[in-house]
Design a protein around this ligand. Structure first.
Ligand code: NAD
Length: 369
């Protein structure tokens, strides 16, 4: 297979972790008999500095010709004086999500057993590590409904309202995305809602159940109320395999999942949509779950694993290259277990290595396979 991607390193630690991730991606592909072509473009603050726009026209045009986007991270103090709508993150990621209709956010909660101590949870709860995926609906629900303030004529008792709305078709398509994830894992989905209170959640539950029964009967589906899910994530994180939920619940639960997994430097994320790429897989944007970490940028101390694991996610979801994705994930797991890839955020008494060294350690593990 020939993969044609766009690489957008962005700001802060973005270029450093991207430089560590690309050789790993290239090696995994070469070993699998694939070829890779990529072009690098400025985005975020780097885009503003180069062209005055966080998403320069040439960057967007390149994305439109590609099969997937490998994104670093954007933002930093240098651009904080700009109006909110022109800030790097908002002015680059939102238009990319909108242009490519990236309605499903896929966030693995990944804590290798060797890093169990990174978790704030009791050791016995995470002794075997954590390996789950949160699939969150990203472009509808309460964040996209009408938001308004109503002030009565007497000015007293002001009211505010935010409208949550979901269409059946929006629930069906994100369910399909979760099914695709579940099929490459243990074939189990826990759908999270608040169907004892919200009309949207009743529709959510009915639609998820009907869609899975009709299109993926092999998937074992269960339902959980969101308040219970928030509890179970800290009481028994190993219970979850694929967690499917709507936008606001997913926003909150995916952050809780990230906290339970310890370091942001290990967590990748994907946003995929209905647009298919030339290979017939969803076009997607793949990025670390964290931001541009300006506090550690330029010091060769950032953890590159989240960026490396984002490349693995891209191989799996936008190219169906499951074997190559797994080879990268295994290399990361082995490299942190051997302590050769322990950057400061996951050192825990081991000598901390730099970003480049950690990337090389993952590469070495990959070449050993
Ligand atoms: P952040 O995620 O950048 O950093 C939070 C903490 O996590 C920091 O202490 C940082 O050093 C640490 N961290 C993050 N990634 C790490 C890594 N790979 N290795 C080691 N440590 C890591 O969040 P923030 O400080 O709130 O935001 C900084 C900038 O990033 C802001 O401008 C914000 O707008 C932007 N941001 C961008 C994205 C994105 O590009 N998708 C997401 C979130 C925040």
């Amino acid at each position: 297979m020939h993969l044609n991607i766009v690489v957008l390193p962005g700001d802060g630690i973005g270029p450093e972790v991207m430089a560590a991730a690309l050789p790993v991606l290239e090696t995994a592909l070469r070993r699998g008999g694939h070829t890779l072509a990529y072009t690098e473009h400025p985005v975020g603050g780097a885009g503003i500095d180069a062209t005055g726009k966080a998403l320069p026209d040439a960057t967007l045009a390149a994305c439109k010709c590609a099969d997937a986007i490998l994104f670093g991270s954007v933002g930093g103090p240098r651009w904080e004086h700009l109006p909110p709508a022109e800030q790097p993150e908002r002015a680059s990621l939102l238009p990319l999500r909108k242009t490519f209709d990236l309605f499903a956010n896929i966030r693995p909660g990944f804590l290798p057993a060797a890093l169990a101590e990174a978790s704030p949870l009791r050791p016995d709860l995470v002794a075997g590590g954590i390996d789950m995926v949160c699939v969150r609906e990203l472009t509808s629900g309460i964040y996209f409904g009408q938001h308004r303030r109503i002030t009565p004529p007497d000015g007293k008792d002001t009211q505010a309202e935010d409208v949550m709305a979901y269409r059946k078709s929006e629930i069906e398509r994100v369910t399909d995305a979760a099914v695709a994830v579940a099929r490459s894992r243990k074939q189990r989905i826990v759908s999270v809602d608040k169907a004892n209170v919200l009309a949207c959640s009743v529709l959510w539950r009915e639609t998820v159940s009907a869609r899975i029964a009709a299109t993926a009967p092999e998937i074992v589906l269960s339902h959980m109320y969101v308040d219970n899910a928030a509890m179970q994530l800290v009481r028994a994180p190993a219970f979850f395999d694929v967690l499917l939920t709507e936008n606001m619940f997913g926003d909150i639960l995916s952050d809780e999942m990230a906290a339970v997994c310890g370091s942001l430097g290990m967590l990748a994320s994907a946003s995929v949509g209905g647009t298919k790429n030339r290979h017939g897989y969803p076009f997607g944007l793949y990025e670390p779950a964290g931001g541009s970490a300006p506090d550690i940028a330029g010091k060769n101390i950032a953890n590159p694993c989240a960026q490396i694991l984002s490349a693995a996610l891209m191989l799996r979801h936008s190219f169906g290259a499951h074997r190559e994705a797994e080879s990268i994930e295994t290399a990361v797991r082995d490299a942190v277990a051997s302590s050769a890839a322990r950057t400061a955020d996951i050192a825990f008494g081991h000598p901390a290595v730099g970003t480049c060294e950690a990337g090389n350690a993952v590469l070495e593990q990959l070449e050993k396979q």
